[in-house]
Design a protein around this ligand. Structure first.
Ligand code: ADP
Ligand code: GLC
Length: 478
């Protein structure tokens, strides 16, 4: 069984969020189940150095946006098919935005080209390699099933995974022709979404199977509150929709061997987290020798993540004797709010604005708890890293957060199976309330350590979920 993954991000090569971690980790997990995979990825500047060591396996001169070659390379054990179309992908900035933070105006061409290249590889193979399944991720790859069906040829089966329905790839109707899409499919039962062309909408209509990244989110997106306008489409395809929980790469995220920590530790040497905490305090300017809990945030700073509510609750963290270390970037107003909190509560709150993979690891290694008050969260990975590092997740009851954290209610505490704190109300009040519970539990060192150990025992790797994907691929290709 061979799978062509199609995605716009893949860790460790190019990452803006959890999508990259998932796409980077899944192939290895699948290979131990006898499933081979290759990832079709745009050759952004970060990938350009790999091209010279690869082999050209396809050349297209009529993709949306023009020419593109496909180069096969193996890097960090992952087989990549790099779509090298410099006019589309070899430019400064981030994958989706220019250096000023604005969406690239030709994103429809850039990701239309990715999807069309994927469909052609799916139909014709490359270099003797023929995928049985084409698995597209998020809106950037979502036209792949559309192009496959449009070919009218016998096609491999397609899967579309929704990592975040907030990003839908919506463009004016004029782009239909530029993308070589069938004009007679521009209606609500196919590609049209409220007068526009919807990349994700089209993919959801044409994919053979739809998955998302947790069972709870799979249910949530059938409702208007979470479906963001696509709930009707999803309801119509509900028989083909399922939720498969993300895992994490437990080799990269291992507190015993993590090179980003100043001291490694395991469930029996949790006291060593203190050394990592001291490094964090140095880095962000927190008072050393504080006895209250150190909370951390590692996140895109956006509305989704509920961090505006957290910013309002910061005085309560400080009043309770806690400290807060924040690593993130995104909305300017949120960046400012956390930077100002760092100034106002100097010694208790420290903020790093930016993206820093090594510091993200250190924060997990040295903090007592990680705060994730998301308004919606398809899966979420940072709570899984938290569990693995004995860094207690404090999460909103939504999506994958609800599926992966066992709340420290009285019964769960007594049964010693609690792994975190789950709360319902994403507001400053809701956060303050849950913080009362956290402070209370933290003051009982033994209780806290029992929770840390339960968290570290929880299985967060890919084993189960890779099996679920493998089963789905097999069902589809029968
Ligand atoms: P999302 O994909 O919605 O951003 P996830 O929790 O699924 O949320 O994944 C976020 C990933 O990005 C995690 O690997 C997290 O550690 C990482 N991350 C987020 N912000 C930063 C940052 N500022 N620096 C380093 N890593 C970050
Ligand atoms: C998205 C979601 C996040 C999920 C990640 C990987 O970015 O926001 O919840 O964990 O994709 O699937």
């Amino acid at each position: 069984m061979q799978v062509l993954m199609v995605a716009s991000e893949c860790a460790p090569f190019i990452k803006t969020g959890g999508l990259a971690d998932v796409v980077g980790a899944l192939p290895d997990a699948l290979s131990s189940l006898g499933i081979g995979s290759r990832i079709l990825l745009p050759a952004y500047p970060a990938l350009q150095p790999l091209l010279s060591g690869g082999k050209q396996v396809a050349l297209f001169d009529d993709l949306p946006g023009g020419y593109g070659q496909v180069v096969l390379v193996t890097a960090q054990g992952i087989e990549l098919l790099l779509l090298d179309a410099p006019q589309l992908f070899d430019r400064p900035g981030l994958p989706y935005t220019d250096p000023d933070g604005k969406d690239w105006t030709d994103n429809h061409l850039r990701f239309g080209a990715l999807a069309q290249a994927a469909a052609r590889i799916g139909l014709d193979g490359v270099d003797g390699w023929e995928p049985d399944i084409v698995h597209a991720h998020d809106w950037q790859a979502a036209l792949t099933p559309v192009y496959l069906k449009q070919s009218g040829r016998p096609e491999p089966k397609s899967v579309l995974t929704i990592h975040n329905i907030a990003f839908q790839g919506r463009f004016g109707p004029h782009v239909l022709a530029e993308l070589g899409l069938r004009g007679d499919w521009f209606h609500p039962e196919a590609l049209e979404f409220h007068g526009d062309l919807g990349f994700l909408k089209g993919g959801l209509m044409f994919a053979d199977r739809i998955t998302t990244v947790s069972p709870t989110y799979a249910r949530e997106i059938l409702t208007p509150h979470y479906g963001m306008g696509l709930e009707g489409v999803l309801q119509s395809r509900a028989d083909n929709l399922s939720g498969i929980l993300n895992g994490i790469d437990t080799t990269i995220w291992d507190p015993a061997t993590d090179p980003a920590l100043s001291v490694g530790y395991n469930a029996r040497s949790l006291g060593r987290k203190a050394e990592n905490r001291a490094r964090i305090a140095e880095r962000v300017g927190l008072d050393q020798n504080a006895s209250g809990p150190l909370f951390c945030v590692i996140s895109r700073l956006t509305e989704q993540k509920g961090l505006d509510a957290l910013a309002e609750a910061i005085p309560d963290i400080v009043a309770g004797g806690g400290q807060l270390a924040v690593l993130g970037s995104g909305d300017v107003a949120l960046e400012r709010a956390f930077t100002e909190a760092g100034e106002r509560f100097a010694g208790s709150v420290g903020t790093v604005i930016g993206y820093d993979e090594a510091f993200a690891h250190l924060l997990q290694g040295g903090s007592d708890a990680i705060l994730i008050p998301s308004r919606f969260e398809p899966c979420g990975l940072t709570q899984l890293y938290g569990l693995r590092y004995g860094t207690i997740p404090i999460v909103a009851r939504t999506g994958g957060l609800a599926d992966t954290v066992i709340d420290a209610n009285v019964a769960a505490l007594n049964a010693e199976c609690a792994t975190g704190f789950v709360f319902g109300d994403v507001s400053a009040n809701g956060i303050s309330e849950v913080l009362n519970r956290v402070f209370d539990t933290f003051s009982d060192k033994k209780k806290w350590q029992v929770m840390q150990r339960a968290a570290m025992r929880q299985s967060v790797g890919w084993d189960q979920s890779a099996k679920a994907y493998a089963q789905m691929y097999r069902d589809l290709s029968e």
